[in-house]
Design a protein around this ligand. Structure first.
Ligand code: FAD
Length: 450
C-alpha cells in the first residue's frame, strides 16, 4: 500500500479550516492541523463579543469538534516556531514542550496580528481586536468604564470614563464605534443612576478623509451620516501621536495637537502578517512585502518551494485584501492543487479570487454593502449582513443561539454577555478614583485593648 501523503496545515482560521475540509475524503492524505489555539475563530463577529452581544463560544467553536467526523485529520495544539524547509519539518511548541512534525506538503495559513505601526507601546492602553482574548479584554474595559463612571464624583474624571476613542475607521472601527454608541446611548443608559451614559462621547479617529473608504464615496458618506445620528464624533484627517492610560494625543493635517482625555481606547487601525511570516521568509530567503506578507507565485506556492503554499492574510499576491473570502477560496484552491498532484493531473494553475462584495454594519438595522457594483445601505444591507454572517458561522447550535442573542440585543435593548472583571485601575493607581462619599467603606471598629 502506498504511504500517505503528509499535509501539515498551520492555522485553523478561515484558510486552514477550508483547506482541511476540502481534503476530507481523500484517503491518501494524512493531515495535521496545528494552531496555537484550540478553536476556529470567526473574526468578523469579534466586535459583538467585545460589546456583549455574543459569547466567545458562539464565534469560536473547538476545531477538533468541527472536524470530529473527518477521519484523515489530526488536530494539534501548538505554536509553530520554526519551519525547516530542507528537512521538511515544522517545530511547534506548547508550554515549553516542542514537537517536530514532518510534511510532504505544507500549507501556511497563520493569518495576521494587530499592527501599531512601530508603536507597540500603545498596545497596553489601546488594545486591538484580533483574538478572543482581545475581545474579552475590551469587553471588560468598556463595561468597566461605565461602572467606574457611576462611582466617580469628580465630573472631569467621570467624563474620562465616559469617553471612548476608536482608532481606525475601517469596518472594525466603524462597527466598534457604532456598538459602543448604542450601548451607552440606548442599551445601558437606564441601568445607571449617577452617570449620564447619554452624555458619553464616542470618537472615531482616522487619518483618511472618510470612514469605510474601501466602500467608495457614496457608501462612506452614508456611513458617516449614520454614525453622526448615533452620536459618534468622526475625527478625520487625524493621526495618533501618543497614547497613555488616561488620554490619547492626536494631530490633524494642519499640525494642531489635541489631547483627548479618555480611559478606553480601541485600536483598529491596521494589521500585519503573523510573526511566523518572518520565520518563513528567513527560511526561504525571501523579503516580506507590504503588510509583512510573503510574496507567493500565482499558484500560491513559494518560488523554488513547490511543496509550500501560503494562503489568506499571510500571502502577498496582487494586493488581495485581507478578508475571509480570500482565505477561504485560497484554502479550497490549494487543497484542489494537492488533489491534482496526487492524481498525477496537471497543476500549477493560477489562483483567481472571486470577489463577492463587501459589507459592514454601522448600527442595529443599518449596514452598507457593495456587491458586484450594486451599492446598498440601511435596513436591507443590514439583513443581508446578518444572513451572510449566519451562513458562514460554524455549527448549528451556534447559529441558533446567535439569532437569539441578536434578537435580544437588536429588537430588545439588552446585552446578554456582560460578565467581566474591571481591569481599569492599574495597581498603585486606585487613588485615581474619587469614590462617592456614601459608598466609602466604614471606618473599621477600634480594636478592644486586651
Ligand atoms: C475584527 C475583525 C473583523 C473582520 N471582519 C471581516 C469581515 O467582516 N469580512 C471579512 O471578509 N473579513 C473580515 N476580517 C478579516 C478576516 O477575518 C481575515 O481576513 C481572515 O480571518 C484571514 O484568514 P486566515 O486563514 O488567513 O487567518 P486567520 O483566520 O487569522 O487564522 C490564522 C490562524 O493561525 C493561527 N496561528 C497564527 N500563528 C500561528 C503559529 N505560529 N502557530 C500556530 N498557529 C498560528 C491563529 O491562532 C489563527 O487561528 C476581520 C478581521 C478582524 C480581526
Amino acid at each position: 500500500m502506498a504511504a500517505s501523503h503528509r499535509v501539515v496545515i498551520i492555522g485553523s482560521g478561515f484558510g486552514g479550516l477550508f483547506a482541511t475540509r476540502e481534503l476530507a475524503g481523500v484517503k491518501s492524505v494524512e493531515i495535521t492541523l496545528i494552531d496555537r489555539t484550540p478553536q476556529h475563530l470567526f473574526q468578523p463577529l469579534l466586535y459583538q463579543v467585545a460589546t456583549g452581544i455574543l459569547s466567545e463560544g458562539e464565534i469560536a467553536p473547538p476545531t477538533r469538534s468541527i472536524l470530529s467526523k473527518q477521519k484523515n485529520v489530526r488536530t494539534v495544539l501548538g505554536e509553530v516556531i520554526d519551519i525547516d524547509v530542507e528537512a521538511r519539518t515544522v517545530t511547534s511548541e506548547v508550554l515549553g514542550t516542542t514537537a517536530v512534525i514532518g510534511y510532504d506538503t505544507l500549507i501556511v495559513a497563520a493569518g495576521a496580528r494587530t499592527s501599531y505601526f512601530g508603536h507597540d507601546d500603545y498596545a497596553a492602553d489601546a488594545p486591538g481586536l484580533k483574538t478572543i482574548e482581545d475581545a474579552l479584554e475590551l469587553r471588560s474595559r468598556i463595561f468597566g468604564a461605565f461602572e467606574l463612571a457611576e462611582l466617580e464624583t469628580d465630573p472631569v474624571k467621570r467624563a474620562e470614563w465616559l469617553t471612548f476613542v476608536v482608532v481606525g475607521a475601517g469596518a472594525t472601527g466603524v462597527e466598534m464605534a457604532g456598538q459602543i454608541a448604542e450601548l451607552a446611548h440606548r442599551s445601558l443608559a437606564g441601568n445607571f443612576r449617577q452617570a449620564d451614559l447619554k452624555a458619553a462621547r464616542i470618537i472615531l479617529i482616522d487619518g483618511g478623509d472618510e470612514p469605510l473608504s474601501a466602500f467608495g464615496t457614496k457608501l462612506a458618506a452614508r456611513a458617516a451620516k449614520q454614525l453622526g445620528k448615533l452620536g459618534v464624533e468622526l475625527w478625520l484627517g487625524t493621526m495618533v501621536d501618543d497614547v497613555d492610560a488616561t488620554s490619547i494625543d492626536v494631530v490633524d493635517r494642519a499640525g494642531k495637537h489635541t489631547t483627548i482625555r479618555a480611559r478606553t481606547k480601541v485600536w483598529s487601525a491596521g494589521v500585519t502578517a503573523a510573526p511566523l511570516a518572518k520565520v518563513l521568509a528567513d527560511r526561504v530567503g525571501l523579503k516580506q512585502i507590504k503588510g509583512g506578507r510573503i510574496p507567493v507565485q500565482r499558484d500560491l506556492t513559494i518560488a523554488g518551494h513547490k511543496d509550500i503554499f501560503v494562503i489568506g492574510d499571510m500571502a502577498g499576491l496582487d494586493d488581495l485584501p485581507g478578508v475571509s473570502p480570500v482565505a477561504i477560496q485560497g484554502g479550497k484552491f490549494v487543497a484542489d492543487q494537492i488533489k491534482r498532484r496526487l492524481l498525477g493531473k496537471e497543476s500549477g494553475q493560477a489562483f483567481k479570487y472571486f470577489d463577492k462584495g463587501s459589507m459592514a454594519t454601522v448600527s442595529r438595522f443599518n449596514a452598507v454593502a457593495s456587491i458586484k457594483g450594486i451599492q446598498l445601505d440601511g435596513f436591507v444591507a443590514w439583513v443581508l449582513w446578518l444572513v451572510v454572517h449566519l451562513f458562514y458561522l460554524v455549527g448549528f447550535k451556534n447559529r441558533v443561539t446567535t439569532v437569539f442573542h441578536w434578537l435580544v440585543s437588536f429588537i430588545g435593548s439588552s446585552r446578554s454577555e456582560r460578565t467581566g472583571s474591571v481591569p481599569m485601575i492599574p495597581s498603585g493607581r486606585s487613588d485615581d478614583l474619587a469614590v462617592r462619599a456614601d459608598l466609602k467603606p466604614a471606618e473599621p471598629p477600634a480594636t478592644a485593648a486586651s
